[in-house]
Design a protein. Structure first.
Length: 403
């Protein structure tokens, strides 16, 4: 095999059978070599909540790249504490937090777990079986049963019993006193959009906190307006008091609108206790100024453009239009969604991969899974009514003409 025939890219994830070569991107559009402009219904990898290549973020890069880009961790800048203050105010958080900022969502979740173990002196963690926590070996499924209790909550998702979860008996054998933390991922579920019921989460939060454990909100994929609120956990009233507000909030994806920055917010009282232990955690890009400046601008734009409310309203419109497609085609088994976090389950008369390919020919890019037979829709919060209409018209056409 000569060099011109050799692929130098190592493949570690499945790709569609078709080739899609991106040339440039702007807003909700990606210009491709094979299909021309595509409306991006995935907002990159669910991260570009403001849309691609926002001019204001490019300006932050251009104005600061030759001033502050990467620094040694001994240096302070104004941006670390400013970002925590601005995010706390914008999101209406119920507690005072300290923060540290990293590079990836998986790292943010892993650090939050490590800190919960440190402050509790425990090693077991509680999680829901439907939760995706990260790509690292200690977080990805199947999780180590000697360190994780993954509760099977499939039945709980459709529970219509009026009884309290304490009366159910399902959790009678859970040793809450052994749990360092309940790690709660509020709804993405690896793209399946499975949102646990309020009473279940209220029960688990109160049980873990009552036994001296911590609560970690994994907001890597559900934060920054994706669910119609700043953070996914805010859909659950149990978190509305300072006492039960999450002890740790893991951040990622939307924080940098695609720029690689993540973070961990820690309740201030816990942060001070952690600092007092002499605990040390360091990586090369911790609190890097460029990522912090971009994140501050992202939050500013989200507030100025009221994108949380806009994204929630557009999500409602999207599901309304999808319901129309379901009625017209009879080919949709279920539509699940919260804000701009949506999945369309296709009936077995059609294959999701073929629907995905048909949508490409009509200028639409979505996610999909042949394993679960769904079309995945996580667009930017800036998507328009016209783009949603075009998506739904195209989806109806694909479902009506594909056999």
């Amino acid at each position: 095999m000569n060099e011109s025939q050799q692929s130098f890219r190592m493949k570690m994830f499945p790709k569609p059978e078709v080739t899609i070569t991106a040339l440039e991107a702007s807003g909700t559009r990606i210009l491709t070599e094979e299909y021309g402009p595509l409306c991006d219904l995935q907002s990159g990898c669910w991260a570009a909540v403001l849309g691609h290549n926002r001019r204001e973020l490019s300006q932050v890069l251009a104005e600061n790249a030759d001033k502050l880009f990467h620094l040694h961790h001994f240096f302070d800048t104004e941006h670390i504490e400013a970002l925590v203050r601005e995010l706390t105010a914008a999101a209406g958080l119920k507690s005072i937090y300290k923060g540290s900022f990293l590079s990836s969502g998986s790292e943010a979740v892993a650090l939050a777990v490590l800190l919960a173990e440190l402050v509790t002196g425990r090693s077991m963690k509680l999680c829901l079986s439907i939760s995706y926590l990260g790509a690292s070996a200690d977080l990805r499924m199947p999780r180590d049963k000697s360190k994780w209790l993954d509760i099977d909550v499939e039945e709980c998702l459709s529970c219509d019993k009026l009884t309290d979860c304490r009366e159910c008996g399902k959790f009678a054998t859970v040793a809450f006193e052994e749990m360092a933390a309940f790690v709660f991922e509020p709804g993405n579920s690896g793209g399946l959009v499975l949102c646990p019921p309020e009473k279940l989460i209220a029960y688990l939060v109160q049980a873990v906190k009552g036994a001296g454990g911590c609560i970690i909100a994994n907001e890597v994929t559900t934060g920054f307006g994706r669910t119609g609120k700043w953070f996914g956990y805010q859909h659950y009233t149990v978190f509305d008091t300072e006492a039960l507000a999450p002890d740790f909030i893991a951040l990622g994806k939307g924080l940098g609108n695609g720029y690689p920055i993540s973070g961990v917010l820690v309740k201030a009282v816990l942060g001070e206790a952690i600092e007092a232990t002499g605990f040390r955690y360091l990586q090369s890009h911790i609190d890097d100024p460029m990522g912090l400046m971009i994140a501050r601008k992202v939050i500013q734009l989200m507030v100025e453009e009221a994108l949380i409310a806009k994204g929630n309203k557009m999500g409602e419109y999207l599901r309304f239009k999808l319901d129309e497609v379901a009625e017209a085609t009879g080919a949709i088994a279920e539509i699940r969604g919260r804000g701009m976090m949506n999945v369309v389950i296709i009936k077995n008369t059609h294959r999701a991969g073929k629907v995905f390919e048909a949508l490409l020919t009509r200028g639409i890019f979505t996610g999909y899974s042949d394993a679960y037979n769904y079309i995945h829709l996580y667009p930017a919060l800036t998507i328009t009514h016209e783009e949603i209409d075009h998506l739904c018209d195209s989806l109806a056409h694909a479902l009506q003409h594909l056999i």
